[in-house]
Design a protein around this ligand. Sequence first.
Ligand code: SF4
Ligand code: SF4
Length: 375
Amino acid sequence: MRRGIVSMVACPDYDPGRVRDAVERAVELIGGWDRFLPAATRVIVKPNLLTAGFGERPAATHPAVVRAVVEAIRTTGRGAFVFDRPGYGSLRGVARTLGIGDLLLPFEPPPARLESRLGHFGAIERADFDGAPIVNVPKLKTHGMMGLTLAVKNMFGLVGLARRVEWHLKAGTRYDHFAGLLVEIERGARPALNIMDAVVGMEGNGPASGTARRIGCIMASADALAMDATACRLVGWPPERLKVLEAARRLGVEFDIAPETEGGRPEDFAARGFRFASMPGADPARPLSVPGPGPVRELVRRWSLDRPALDQRRCVGCGRCVEVCPAKAISMRGGSPAFDLRACIRCFCCQEMCPEGAISVKRGILGFFRRDGVR
Ligand code: SF4
Ligand code: SF4
């Protein structure tokens, strides 16, 4: 069976039994656990545990999916443990809030390094599991910088927060560089299997402040890129214009942009009218880019870039946005955040991590000239 094949199994809700059945079926359709975890005695399960405290908003991989994957692997006689590095808060705290604290890897893994081929970021540093295979369990969500956060992007959670900040700063508004970095991290970590929670996805102002959108599907594939291309089709995003897939092409990574599926077809689960994030990199109808030579482009960019904007009525003055801003472009004034737009690199981490959904993205004044506005 080809590595790039993607299975799609209906799963209408998060009933634990139904989720477990869907996970088992999805893996079985592409060859079964033994095919992907042949010699493993211990397996790392990597969900998207962005943070806790987002109430009903589906910002993290649903705990029922995480538990189903861990229990299914353990049933095969292998050990399975959850690991992630949340964007805000401790792993233990976030996992406990989500009710999966008992599944965590009991130790902090050391870093592994590999030289980035891109040259913008230096060595890539991510958690190392001493050869234990990774089962990647992403959530289908919109994302301001990358358009969608799917299987490839989920591997960024293996990176320590200090490095994430450093790389956000190095990438700046070059989202193409950042997408390349994500591909390199995924290729380095190379999950043995990807199982996507697309039962309820997030549409709109993702990856944290959007709204729930029922899709009703669990997907599995050994190839994160093939899985992302298929997920694009579920929500109506042209896969060839997803930034991580564009970057994979540029890096010469081979993958199938229209992979074969088993169990179901993308059109069976199509979420019609799916709303994307209203952000620079997030609208597939506006592919690229500011025309003209470098200095002109720089000038236009300064005036055209979308920017973070505060909804004063929602803000509770918690200061989390100040803490997570990699560019130190936010300060608290009179109990509210104030943005220094000259320092701001438009990473939208503040929007991503605001627990109240009080930060949105305001369109730049020259949006007319811009198609995605960021390069
Ligand atoms: S904008 Fe959000 S993160 Fe920032 S202080 Fe207000 S509520 Fe907290
Ligand atoms: S203000 Fe927000 S968008 Fe700008 S650099 Fe800071 S976190 Fe990123």
